[in-house]
Write a protein that binds this ligand. Sequence first.
Ligand code: NCD
Length: 337
Amino acid sequence: MTAHNPSSQSLQLTGDGQLKHFLTLDGLSKTLLTDILDTADSFIEVGERTIKKVPLLRGKTVVNLFFESSTRTRSTFELAAKRLSADVLNLDISTSATSKGESLSDTLLNLEAMASDMFVVRHSQSGAPHFIAESVTPGVAIINAGDGRHAHPTQAMLDMLTIRQHKGRFDGLKVAIVGDILHSRVARSQIRALNALGAAEVRVIAPGTLLPADVESLGCRVEYDMARGMRDLDVVIMLRLQKERMEGALLPSEREFYRLYGLSQDKLALAKPDCIVMHPGPINRGVEIESAVADGPQSVILNQVTNGIAVRMAVMSMAMSGQVAERGRGQQGGDAA
Ligand code: NCD
């Protein structure tokens, strides 16, 4: 499995540039990302109705296939699919046949035989959703819900929606991502999205041991000192220390990490007064963020969670209509032949 397959773009877009899978933000245009945000905006109102449903995926079956643990992502994908009127199947991998040794390909063949229309996939292996998209039956859409350290495109898009709601624009914004960049698929997708949407500057603030070797080629500036890094910021995004992906000792101690890179009220005061504070969750209070900041007036962490539903509704409905359009074209081509 390869994380950076050059065919990502042709794999996830139809011939005329519509989304048909959502695997990575690599290669997606500003226009398409803006289209996702605008579509998500139109779904926010659905979440405020008494009857929170639209019929866009009526009669479709969405399978949530989570090979790694998740709270927010899995439940907001489920709510998003239900609000689009789809039938939803949540596969609990720990009690499924995967734990009896069934391969990923065999699990998928069985699920496809149940006439599923979309798989939402979270997997510890970078490239797993891409691999599935390459081999799945035509017409079935694959949505990446986080693969290894590679990408978490719906998380980045819900973050972009939250930034746009609070700042009204991307032009001129200075955004920092702080902490465990090395193990973060979220950071990789956020850097990509912020650059594509035209942010003025993306900074990463971290100790050298928590930065990937290729960090500058991702399109960001590196800052090792948090006090310097906080200057002029419009948005600060904190990350969790992803210990489950750490090999060996990368940190002296959590206490030392918090002293140097934790977001306290004092450090936040170094940013612009209207700087917003974000975090993809789950948060570890007192490790990467002080409670008074996480719960404070500049925090938009719970807005991010709410926006996750609208963004996932947007991506699922757009990918499904891309699949339908492509199948329609394929059938027309077949008739003509
Ligand atoms: C993130 C993930 O799983 O990559 N969480 C999420 O999806 N909300 C970040 C993390 O686990 O720290």
